[in-house]
Design a protein around this ligand. Structure first.
Ligand SMILES: Nc1nc2c(c(=O)[nH]1)N[C@H]1C(S)=C(S)[C@@H](COP(=O)(O)O)O[C@H]1N2
Ligand SMILES: [Mo]
Length: 357
């Protein structure tokens, strides 16, 4: 038996979320594009039953020509494909103390997929956005109760953000029809933003002339230091680098073992809409930070690959990596606590034992 540490007291309710909403095992950081089944999944309520044959997308509100579209209507439009790294705003939550009660992510709530469909900007141009429009509201088909409120999952996005050229209404993921858990038959993908913005099981798009005040915008996904603080909205992803843990793991605990000698450490780094300018690696907590090699992605919204040659010496080490973006924003060493447990991009630490494994 091993003693529990760090995250003692994970409740059955948190475990019920954690078993439904899986992360991407970190060895998949070796792939440019995450295989569909290994991409993380986060669903607040249940995956809804949607009949693709009768499904329609309703586009209405402050528009000149409201539309009701079938999936075939979406598919005949000019295609748009983007390779996008998406991360849940709650990634890293389980490292916070006290731990906010929600999906207890460690580092794995991330993935990179090739999303294909049609352009939201083109669709908005086609329906003709009316004078005084401010927000675009995206509603899914899934319902649940959250914060004491029965609701349909929905998010509002400013018109400026929604009309950006890279925003996809996606009916395909990695060249395959969108699977149910990722939002079939159609989802929104907003590159650069944390995942909550990319509404799955899309049913309606409504242009509004007043700022949207739904639960997921005004209560959830806000950076708040106290419960009664209105807070500020979470938006684009903060810079983060992650490492594919080297060597072999224990089954339990998950600490790592490897042999002495040359090891290629590798991983990925990303930051909202920014470029990554630097990834640094440290192989001991007291050691120096040293620069990794960086490879830019083909799509500016996908993660950057990094590699670092390490000469592993016998003993115990803690490996860390940290990213800096082109605004000079760097990952902190310690998390910053907040009520919802969002945006924890503190540097990853990977404990390894180098011996004859
Ligand atoms: N309709 C709907 N859309 C949703 C959600 C949801 O629960 N319902 N979860 C959001 C959150 S919090 C995230 S992080 C992403 C996850 O997308 P994925 O499951 O395809 O990885 O979907 C977003 N879109
Ligand atoms: Mo999320």
């Amino acid at each position: 038996m091993t003693a529990a540490s760090g995250n003692d007291g994970i409740s059955t309710d948190e475990l019920a979320l954690a078993t439904r909403n899986h992360g991407m095992p970190l060895e998949f950081l070796r792939h440019d594009v995450t295989p569909v089944g290994a991409h993380y999944v986060l669903t607040h309520y249940d995956v809804p039953a949607v009949d693709t044959d009768t499904w329609r997308l309703h586009v209405s509100g402050a528009v000149d020509t409201p539309l009701s579209l079938s999936l075939d209507d979406i598919r005949v439009r000019p295609r748009l494909s983007r390779t996008v790294t998406m991360e849940c705003a709650g990634n890293g939550r389980a490292f916070l103390s006290p731990r906010p009660l929600s999906q207890p992510w460690l580092h794995e709530a991330v993935g990179t997929a090739r999303w294909s469909g049609c352009s939201l900007a083109d669709l908005l141009a086609e329906v003709g956005v009316g004078h005084g429009a401010v927000d675009v509201v995206f509603e899914g088909a899934d319902r649940g109760i959250e914060g004491g409120q029965a609701q349909t999952y929905a998010r509002g996005l400013s018109l400026d953000e929604a009309a950006r050229a890279e925003v996809v209404l996606a009916d395909e993921m990695n060249g395959l029809p969108l699977p149910p858990q990722h939002g079939a038959p159609l989802r929104l993908v907003v590159p650069g933003w944390y995942g909550m913005t990319s509404v799955k099981w899309l049913r309606s798009i409504t242009v509004t002339t007043e700022p949207y005040t739904g639960y997921q915008n005004t209560r959830s996904y806000r950076w708040r230091t106290r419960d009664d603080d209105p807070g500020t909205p979470m938006s684009v992803m903060r810079p983060r680098a992650l490492m594919a843990p080297p060597g072999i793991p224990g089954f339990l605990p998950r600490s790592r073992f490897l042999r002495p000698g040359p090891v290629l450490l590798e991983g990925r780094a990303w930051s909202g809409r920014q470029s990554i300018t630097d990834v640094q690696v440290r192989t001991d907590d007291e050691g120096p930070w040293r620069r990794a090699e960086l490879e830019p992605p083909d799509d500016p919204y996908a993660w950057w690959r990094w590699t670092f040659k390490w000469e592993a010496t016998p003993g115990d080490h803690v490996l860390s990596c940290r990213a800096t973006d082109d605004r000079g924003v760097v990952q902190p060493l310690e998390p910053e606590w907040n009520v919802g447990g969002y945006g924890n991009h503190a540097v990853q630490r990977v404990a390894v034992r180098v011996d004859g494994a």
